[in-house]
Each structure stands twice: as structure tokens, then as C-alpha cells.
Ligand binder design. Structure first.
Ligand SMILES: [Mg+2]
Length: 274
């Protein structure tokens, strides 16, 4: 992966930036990018300008390679050079610059026997589900969670959009989550509906607030967080309502840009041309 040699050095050290004891964190899908899409050059330029004033990071549910695709610039700069903190898989895979802060695993947490019962239940439930289309990859195992999709993660972009619309009325995901919550109450799991076609299942407390353990209050008095799934049940909700967090409820990357400019560039913002 090509590196921009000046990427890291063009920012002051974190504690010498203008806005003190503060970090600004962003969700990825629909906050910095369209769902599964790439960040546009204007939002990357704004993030770079913001980073000169205050340390920044992102928290996304996907893995780091996917986030590299979505948040990397045209030059292919390592995403860990574009943000001070990178929190992949909701923070279970955490980096401060190039330095790994740790990782955790779902199976380690609940054990293989319980995990198998859970996956068997999911596959049986989806097999009996009557929805307009089904594709493939109904359960995706990730380090810190399982991602369950009634339509299947192999669905095309068009099929994803159609399912999201259908699900708003049919509430396929919400109904399934309610059933699972009752069935597996003893496992202490959290269910989070995010994105267009799926929901995440993970141990309680392993939502996006997991990252706060890496951002001690003594060092980071103020934590800003921008997220689009800010309604209860959405995957940004726990961060949005957390007492340590200054919330920014946004509905699109354009909305994020307007809010960032209004909040952090009171003097006005002019995009710097590279
Ligand atoms: Mg989002």
C-alpha cells in the first residue's frame, strides 16, 4: 500500500492542536460515506483540515480492509495515517496511529457450544422466513460479533436498497431481533440493527461505546461523536446517549460536513486545494 510520506508529519502532535483535551469521532456508513461507498474528496479534505485542529477517529462495524476501501484517499494512503484513531469492528480492533490497542473475540466470550446453538437457531429461522429474495451469506462471523442478514450479504446494491425499503414496512429484522432476544436472554447479548440488510449480535457493552475504554476521561474531557443511526436500536444510539459524549445526529455525509464546519470552523472553512 502506497504511503504519503508527509501524511503523519503534516499534523501537530495531538496535545499541541488548537482544541484541547478533545477528540472527534465519526461513524462510517451514511456519516462519512454513503452506505458501503467511498468517502468523497471534499469530506476527506475537511477531515484533514479538522485534524490539524483536533485529533480525529472513526468507529465502524466493518473490518479494517473494508474501511481502507471506504475511507482511503485516491493515493491509497493507509487509513491509519488519515485518522489519529481507527476503531474497526466497533472498536474491538483498535489502532492509535500504527499501534494496535488490542482486539477481542465473540467466540472467546460466549464459548463455541453456545455459539453453535445461536448460529443453528439463526439458520433455521431464516430458512422458514418468507421474504421477496434470498441470496447468500446469511451469517457472517466477525471477530467481535456475528452479522445476520435475512436476505444474505451477497445481495447486490439494488437488492439491498429494495430490502431496506421492504423492511421498513415488514420489520423482518426487528421481529427476528425480538425473537432472538427472548430465545438467548441468558447470553447477555446486544442486538443492533444497522446498515441496509443486516443486524449485529454481540456481548452486552460491545457496542460503539467499547472504544471509550481507550479514551480515558483524564485525557479526553470531551468526546464528540457523529452518527446517523442515532435512534434507539440503531448502532450509534449507545454512543449518542452516553454521558461522556457530545452527540451529533446526522443524516448524510453532507449533513456531517455542515455540522463539522458549523461546530469546529466558526471562522469559516475554505477547502485547501492539494
Ligand atoms: Mg452509520
Amino acid at each position: 500500500m502506497a504511503q504519503t510520506p508527509t501524511a503523519a508529519s503534516s499534523y501537530p502532535p495531538e496535545d499541541e492542536r488548537e482544541i484541547k483535551n478533545t477528540i472527534v469521532l465519526f461513524d462510517v456508513d451514511q456519516t462519512l460515506t454513503i452506505p458501503r461507498g467511498k468517502a468523497t474528496p471534499p469530506i476527506l479534505a475537511l477531515l484533514s483540515a479538522l485534524r490539524k485542529k483536533v485529533p480525529i477517529g472513526y468507529i465502524g462495524g466493518s473490518n479494517l480492509p473494508k474501511q481502507q476501501d471506504q475511507l482511503g484517499d485516491a493515493a491509497g494512503t493507509d487509513v491509519r495515517n488519515l485518522f489519529d484513531y481507527c476503531f474497526a469492528e466497533n472498536g474491538l480492533v483498535a489502532f492509535h496511529g500504527p499501534t494496535s490497542l488490542g482486539d477481542a473475540s465473540f467466540i472467546q466470550s460466549i464459548g463455541d457450544a453456545q455459539y453453535k446453538l445461536l448460529v443453528n437457531w439463526v439458520l433455521r429461522y431464516i430458512a422458514d422466513l418468507d421474504i421477496p429474495v434470498k441470496r447468500g451469506t446469511f451469517v457472517e462471523f466477525r471477530r467481535g460479533m456475528i452479522n445476520v442478514s435475512p436476505i444474505g450479504r451477497n445481495a447486490s446494491q439494488e437488492e439491498r436498497v429494495a430490502f431496506e425499503q421492504y423492511d421498513k414496512v415488514a420489520r423482518v429484522r426487528q421481529t427476528m431481533v425480538d425473537r432472538m432476544r427472548a430465545e438467548f436472554a441468558h447470553l447477555g447479548l446486544t442486538f443492533s440493527i444497522g446498515g441496509q440488510i443486516s443486524f449485529d449480535v454481540f456481548p452486552a457493552g460491545w457496542d460503539k461505546t467499547y472504544v471509550l475504554r481507550y479514551l480515558p476521561e483524564e485525557r479526553w474531557a470531551t468526546v464528540h461523536f457523529f452518527g446517523d443511526k442515532y435512534v434507539e436500536g440503531g448502532n450509534d444510539y449507545e454512543m449518542i446517549v452516553h454521558p461522556r459524549v457530545t452527540p451529533h445526529r446526522v443524516d448524510s455525509p453532507e449533513h456531517t460536513m455542515r455540522d463539522v464546519i458549523a461546530t469546529f470552523f466558526p471562522e469559516g472553512y475554505v477547502e485547501e486545494k492539494a
